[in-house]
Design a protein around this ligand. Structure first.
Ligand code: TYD
Ligand code: MG
Length: 486
């Protein structure tokens, strides 16, 4: 008879070692390895099966005898956008986020919306009692909806119960960390249990064609047995983010087998739950003071939607040998590149200064198109010259100092005009093609752009630096600091 084995599993990354270690070799985390009974984890020995394999039928890719069922739309457009146009029946989603961010609130709202549309919807909470969930739903004004509630943690029981009666369209499991399976010896909450329970629930979703949403708590330092190990098993990973102390929340697809991953959904936490924010630009720009040096508005895109956001820079003389470079919401290496390009091609000396760059409102920008706005904010802070409040920037900066065109120029300009901006600094060749038109109907952006907007094409980083400094000389309000370029 085989000896009962124990393995040591890292609760942060799921790596398995043969003996206990203080630090995981795979991910470098400390105090994350715990002993788990049974041969578990990645690399576990498969239990030999006595059963002979079953013969199943294969279908050709081109055969269309099976029409996929329509996607499930919640009617919450911000949520539907992030899922890529509704939930795909039979798919499993992982909704990750820090505790208290509003995952349960979002899901009970989505459940109620689908239940009201006549679907069978079940919300299984492993954390709260049924009364608590009911109380929350009542506070959200959803008390009358037909969502089926239960407070359960055994996955076998959940699967057996929901397999009875009418097929559920949506099952929410809140949260996967509280679930446990009889088949696994490890304690609830461990990586083995999380992975095993997820596997059972995924099989349930696929066989029944129900949508299963798994909630997963992630802490900033990854202290809880991570839903990370579940990420590769599910069809979509959606993260719910937000800053403590700020009311808005961003829903973002990190992985999606059935849709794009660059869409975001914006919500605001109100006294009556999460409200959709249809015009996020207005939200991210609200509370902007009058012109201050170091602030530039970036006309960005999140997926298919334009989004204006303020980029703030602070350039301050450094007392350190190696000046500090701190970035929030942007990429540190991207900042280093912009600084190098400004030094090399625009004669802007930033070497002796601490640099701080912040994307307002807690948003995270991944687009290279933000380069121009970041550069403008840096030069503005260094020289003490405020940029006009009604101006937007976009464009990618090449290492040569050239400003390169970016996609969706027209959509960015339209959004800027809609929000009352009157001028835009953009890459020169953005003028040659207009987005949203057929190749034959290409129009210069200049022609297609909203009439209220003055466009300033900028081909080189030196030109924008020169323009900002010229404005300072014209206004004579403030004198550039010593190392500002001429
Ligand atoms: P919750 O959905 O329980 O978070 P999670 O499931 O991600 O842990 O949300 C908890 C927070 O949301 C809590 O701090 C209170 C706040 N909240 C509101 O501000 N308004 C509301 O209507 C609700 C239901 C919650
Ligand atoms: Mg919760």
């Amino acid at each position: 008879m085989a000896k009962t084995r124990t393995s040591y599993v890292c609760q942060a990354c799921g790596a398995v070692t043969q003996r206990w270690q203080g630090r995981c070799d795979a991910c470098g985390e400390w105090n994350m390895i715990i002993e788990e009974a049974g041969d578990s984890g990645i690399g576990a020995r498969a239990v030999p099966s006595r059963r002979k394999g079953r013969i199943f039928a294969l279908t050709g890719l081109g055969e269309k005898e099976h029409v996929p069922p329509p996607r499930l739309l919640t009617g919450m457009s911000e949520l539907d956008r992030v899922t890529g146009g509704g939930f795909v029946p039979g798919s499993v989603l992982l909704l990750g986020g820090e505790p208290g961010i509003g995952k349960s609130t979002l899901l009970i709202q989505a459940c109620a919306a689908l239940a009201n549309a006549g679907h069978r919807v079940a919300y299984i909470s492993g954390e709260e009692a049924v009364a608590q969930v009911r109380l929350r739903a009542e506070r959200l004004g959803l008390g009358g909806s037909a969502v089926e509630l239960a407070s359960e943690t055994g996955v076998e029981d959940i699967v057996a119960t929901l397999g009875e009666g009418r097929k559920p369209a949506l099952v929410v499991i809140d949260s996967i960390q509280t679930m446990w399976s009889d088949a696994i010896e490890a304690a609830p909450g461990t990586v083995s249990q999380v992975r095993g329970s997820a596997q059972t629930l995924i099989r349930f979703a696929k066989t029944l064609g129900a949508v299963v949403i798994l909630v997963g708590h992630v802490t900033k330092d990854g202290q809880i047995a991570g839903p990370r190990v579940v990420e590769h098993m599910v069809d979509a990973v959606i993260s719910f983010e937000g800053e403590s102390g700020r009311a808005f929340r961003i829903l973002r697809a990190v992985k999606n087998r059935f849709g794009p991953t660059d869409e975001i959904g914006v919500f605001e936490m109100t006294g009556r739950g999460l409200a959709e924010v249809a015009n996020p630009s207005a939200l991210f720009l609200s509370g902007r003071d009058a012109a201050t040096p170091g602030a530039a508005v970036f006309a960005g895109m999140e997926g298919t939607r334009p989004l204006l956001v303020e980029i703030q820079a602070l350039v301050a003389p450094s007392s350190l040998g190696t000046p500090r470079r701190a970035v929030v919401g942007w990429d540190t290496s991207r900042l280093a590149m912009i600084v190098a390009v400004l030094e090399a091609h625009a004669n802007v000396r930033l070497g002796q200064y601490d640099l701080y760059l912040n994307v307002a409102g807690g948003l995270r920008i991944n687009e290279p198109a933000a380069d121009l706005a970041a550069a403008a904010a840096l030069v503005s802070s260094l020289s003490g010259v405020s940029l006009p409040v009604d101006r937007v920037f976009f464009g990618e900066i090449a290492l040569s100092g050239a400003v390169r065109p970016v996609a969706h120029a027209l959509a960015r300009l339209r959004e800027a005009a809609k929000l009352g901006f009157s001028s835009a600094v953009l890459p020169p060749s953005a003028q040659e093609k207009a987005e949203g038109t057929k190749p034959r109907e290409k129009k210069p952006v200049q022609e297609a752009a909203p009439s209220g907007l003055t466009l300033t094409p900028c081909g080189h980083i030196g030109a924008i630096v020169g323009a900002i400094l010229k404005e300072s000389r014209n206004s004579e309000k403030s004198t550039p600091k010593s190392s500002a370029p001429r």
